[in-house]
Design a protein around this ligand. Structure first.
Ligand SMILES: Nc1ncnc2c1ncn2[C@@H]1O[C@H](COP(=O)(O)OP(=O)(O)OP(=O)(O)O)[C@@H](O)[C@H]1O
Length: 259
């Protein structure tokens, strides 16, 4: 559970990124944060993870937080499994090194993200998407109760986006984790998030059940770009896509008519 009460933060006088923000994200549920670039999403995540002290308000969390940043550079001697083992550091004494159980757990977590085959590869030579999955495995290896992810799918192809979204569903549903992620993909929030927090540039925000928050109207107002929601009913699932109308092309001529 993450309970945010009356939170506010600013880096410059008179420029609040968010203010009077109160919301609770319960255990076993998934929450998404959306908002325009620079509105303060990562700043809020940093406050939740304890790496930033809020100017106002408080945040209470039950249990260890695992954080998945957008990207992380590492010493060139680190391979993928070393990065995942860093997640075990909270179990290790000051001068001790990971033991057999830690390595087993690290491999389990690599398995979760489908990258066991890359365990011995140098981390700094992995692709952006592979690194993102390794950082997710690192957070899982810490056996966190609260999982906070900053744009976890930003570097992933659509197949791996599905891998991560399904994994988040399972972590919340079967293991009871509190999952909170930021995203620029409204359809990811519609797909898996129970609750959504929309942050705006003027420090205002909207929060509530995802279906009531991610409406065409709210998204259009927030981004200043008209959007349409398209619902797809396929064989065994329904999915929704949010389509922005950027005004890139006028309608193409209908070529199907025989002349
Ligand atoms: N340590 C800092 N000192 C001063 N300003 C900062 C600091 N960290 C962030 N900012 C500023 O605060 C604003 C919000 O940054 P933040 O990274 O939280 O935005 P964001 O919503 O996550 O953006 P994006 O969607 O682009 O990732 C930005 O204008 C950023 O430049």
């Amino acid at each position: 559970m993450i309970r945010i009460e009356n939170a506010g933060h600013r880096f410059r006088p008179e420029h609040w990124l968010f203010r009077e923000l109160s919301v609770t994200f319960p255990s076993g549920r998934i929450a998404a944060i959306l908002g325009p670039n620079g509105c303060g999403k990562t700043t809020l995540l940093r406050a939740i993870c304890g790496s930033l002290v809020l100017a106002e308000g408080s945040i209470a969390i039950d249990g260890h937080v695992g954080f998945v940043p957008q990207a992380l550079t590492a010493d060139q001697s680190y391979c993928a499994i070393d990065m995942v083992l860093l997640g075990r550091s909270r179990y290790l004494g000051r001068f001790s090194s990971p033991g057999r159980k830690d390595r087993e757990r690290a491999y389990e977590c690599l398995e979760e993200v489908g990258l066991v085959s890359l365990a011995e590869q140098r981390y700094d030579r992995l692709s952006g998407g592979q690194r993102q999955l390794i950082l997710l495995a690192r957070a899982l290896a810490s056996d966190c109760k609260v999982l906070v992810l900053d744009e976890p799918a930003s570097a992933l192809d659509i197949a791996n986006q599905g891998v991560v979204l399904r994994l988040l569903l399972r972590l919340a549903g079967s293991l009871g984790l509190t999952v909170l992620f930021t995203t620029h993909h409204p359809d990811h929030a519609i797909g898996i998030a129970d609750t959504t927090l929309l942050m705006q540039r003027d420090a205002a925000h909207i929060t509530g059940p995802t279906e009531t928050v991610l409406t065409e109207g709210n998204l259009t107002r927030m981004y200043g770009v008209p959007v349409r929601r398209v619902d797809v009913d396929a064989d065994e699932e329904t999915a929704a896509a949010i389509v922005p109308l950027h005004g890139l092309r006028t309608k193409l001529p209908d070529l199907s008519v025989e002349r």
